[in-house]
Ligand binder design. Structure first.
Ligand SMILES: Cc1cc2nc3c(=O)[nH]c(=O)nc-3n(C[C@H](O)[C@H](O)[C@H](O)COP(=O)(O)OP(=O)(O)OC[C@H]3O[C@@H](n4cnc5c(N)ncnc54)[C@H](O)[C@@H]3O)c2cc1C
Length: 372
């Protein structure tokens, strides 16, 4: 049997191991004391594993994913069916394990894992020669890089300590920026800290809307949190990296179900704000200088991108996609694969990152099995 080394026991690594374990002699190297630790924290402990609404532009590189995106949902439906894991889909298309428990999902993924798992083993060297690969000095025929990211793991720096490992393989990486997080803003929101609203938030680039969503927004003292903000935080970071000098602004529609005309009819002056908003929000809005209609229908905030708060869920950037085939094999090094979050693919909040980790593992497994 050929030997496959999997560097990282996250979702992408463990899924790949399960899919090829009968055809390869597989070793998973994991630097923590157990595998699938991050999975336990996903979706607030419920693991939002994928999403039935799937479009390439929900990821940072729509062009690379153009051919993959239409296959993801079907592939994952089959994958979970084959793994005998029953799923549940909510009204928004978000898919969870039926148990809505990341812990239970982890147990199911590990139940039939029959490979050599080396925990507490950090891989710090991979050498490629004419006979294959040496991982920490041990010989393998193929290697899968599934080191993921350190998003949300503050004990590691953002570069996951793997920069040297990756550059040692002559692979280039792009700039790393945390995504899916509270959007920090310049405005002082102390007065409305912990207030929640259901609003539409729109991200403008040089005055043009590039992303927009409606839902619950939670005010932090220095930023906007909640699912809508998490989604827009990805679009913001992707845009800022492409066009750092452009002007970015967020506008909040605090009464998205009401037209401007209806708002004008209802709210004649500042004193009417308490008909619709909480006392703290009224006080905050009274302190803003914009015309009343703008304060209600297009309240502007100035985002402060490129930060790495503790509650981030994904990392933008990683191994450059130009070096990979559509099967996630490194073009210039046969039998070396890179998949999951370690490569420069990240999706918006809503199950898109776990989806990619599972999906890319399936693609790599099929390629490896075809090559046997
Ligand atoms: C709090 C939180 C909530 C999230 N919720 C969701 C959600 O609900 N839905 C969703 O789609 N996505 C969610 N995500 C994102 C999702 O968890 C990740 O995108 C996904 O787990 C990536 O899987 P991966 O296998 O590529 O990498 P990882 O899960 O990061 O796994 C990589 C593994 O490699 C190990 N490793 C790294 N370097 C080395 C090395 N040199 N040697 C040995 N081992 C190494 C790490 O310890 C880790 O176990 C969430 C993330 C966080 C942090």
């Amino acid at each position: 049997m050929k030997r496959l080394a999997i560097i990282g026991g996250g979702v992408s690594g463990v899924t790949l191991a399960r899919l090829v374990q009968d055809a390869f002699e597989v070793t998973i190297f994991e630097r923590e004391n157990s595998v699938l630790q991050k999975l336990l924290r996903t979706g607030n402990g419920r693991a939002n594993i994928y999403n039935r609404n799937m479009e390439p532009h929900f990821y940072n590189d729509a062009a690379f994913l153009k051919d993959h995106a239409p296959l993801i949902v079907k592939t994952l439906d089959k994958l979970f069916n084959d793994f005998n894991i029953v799923t549940f889909t909510d009204a928004e298309g978000r898919v969870y394990p039926y148990s809505r428990s990341a812990k239970a999902l982890r147990a199911l993924l590990l139940k039939n894992l029959k490979v050599d798992v080396r925990v507490d083993t950090n891989v710090n060297e991979i050498i490629h020669d004419k006979n294959g690969y040496k991982v920490n000095g041990e010989k393998f025929d193929a290697v899968a890089l599934t080191m993921g990211s350190s998003a949300g793991l503050l004990k590691y720096p953002l570069d996951n300590n793997n920069a040297a490992l990756i550059s040692g393989l002559n692979l280039e990486t792009t700039e790393l920026v945390a995504t899916i997080k509270t959007i920090k803003v310049k405005e002082n929101l102390k007065r409305i800290e912990n207030e929640k609203v259901t609003a539409r938030l729109t991200l403008l680039e040089n005055g043009n809307p590039i992303a927009s969503d409606v839902g619950e927004i939670l005010f932090k003292k220095d930023g906007l949190s909640g699912i809508v903000s998490f989604i827009l935080s990805s679009y913001l970071e992707w845009a800022v990296l492409k066009n750092p000098d452009w002007h970015y602004c967020l506008v909040m529609d605090l009464m998205p179900e009401y037209s401007k005309k209806e708002v004008v009819k209802r709210l004649k002056n500042e004193d009417d704000l308490d008909i619709v908003f909480s006392p703290n929000l009224v006080a905050f809005l009274k302190g803003r200088k914009e015309p009343l209609l703008e304060r209600v229908k297009a309240l502007p905030f100035t985002p402060k991108p490129k930060n790495n708060p503790a509650n981030t869920s994904a990392l933008h950037g990683g191994i450059c996609l130009a070096q990979l085939t559509q099967n996630f094999e490194v073009k210039k090094m046969e039998n070396l694969y890179a998949l999951g979050e370690v490569i420069n693919i990240d999706g918006i909040c809503g199950g898109y990152n776990l989806a990619f980790a599972f999906y890319s593992a399936k693609v790599v497994s099929e390629h490896l099995l075809r090559k046997l």
